[in-house]
Design a protein around this ligand. Structure first.
Ligand SMILES: [Ca+2]
Length: 242
């Protein structure tokens, strides 16, 4: 609590500490400066930034998802961003943005990248994340990026391909929480329907959903026959040495 108060630099702190703390006591963050834009001061122990590697491991195969498994199963290039709680790029129960529609239907990283760019310009996001795809599932790809305490959330998605408008990903996943950086977070990737194309199986021709439906978890065949939802893979976020 004393260190926390120190961030506020109050006279009370100085008065309270002058008798109890050595003038040579280590500064909580000797090489960092305070970040006025933060709603609350960073904790003393955690650095303001951290580097992460996310490994996208696709396990999707004819064994995990045998119904109509396509011969050219792949996953589109990763796209997303780091951001704060004021930014949401997709969420269950809401309509897909054009960026999420084009990612989930075509595997495009544009215009979702522009939506992240707009959030960066508005101050609600910090970094655009662009990574590789998985040309043949099962497979694996990874991406490294930096995070800041004041932009503690990650959104990252990839199209299940081929498919009408199905995708996997995370939205608003916190890597800085309760004053500390997560060392590792692993997320099972369940399938989502963007609600923009009504095709029923992987190779269905385009069939625009009119009106668009909210983004929902896929609980039907071919990916989730009988309501059994099997993840198509994992995102594993690992904090890297700084
Ligand atoms: Ca759909």
């Amino acid at each position: 609590m004393l260190l926390f108060a120190g961030w506020a630099a109050t006279a009370l702190f100085i008065a309270a500490c002058s008798t109890t703390q050595s003038p040579n006591a280590p500064s909580p963050l000797p090489t960092e400066t305070a970040t006025p834009a933060s709603p609350s001061p960073p904790t003393a122990a955690a650095p303001t930034t951290a580097r992460y590697r996310v490994t996208f491991q696709a396990t999707w195969s004819g064994t995990t998802h045998p119904v109509d498994f396509p011969s050219n199963a792949h996953l589109s290039p990763l796209v997303g961003g780091t951001h704060n709680a004021s930014a949401t790029f997709w969420s269950e129960g809401t309509l897909a943005s054009t960026g999420i529609k084009d990612m989930s239907e075509r595997g495009r990283t544009t215009p979702l990248d522009q939506e992240v760019g707009a959030a960066i310009a508005a101050g609600t996001a910090e970094h655009l994340l662009l990574g590789g795809g998985i040309e043949t599932s099962p497979g694996l790809v990874s991406l490294e990026f930096e995070m800041s305490q004041i932009y503690p959330l990650v959104t990252l998605v990839s199209m299940i391909a081929p498919s009408p408008d199905w995708f996997v990903g995370v939205s608003r996943l916190p890597l800085f929480e309760n004053g500390r950086w997560a060392d590792e977070r692993r997320v099972d990737l369940v399938p989502w329907d963007a609600g923009t194309d009504s095709g029923l199986t992987f190779a269905s021709p385009d069939l625009v959903t009119t009106p668009p439906q909210p983004i929902s978890r896929i609980v039907t065949a071919p990916l989730s026959p009988g309501g059994r939802v099997t993840p198509l893979g994992t995102f594993t976020f690992v904090r890297l040495p700084s």
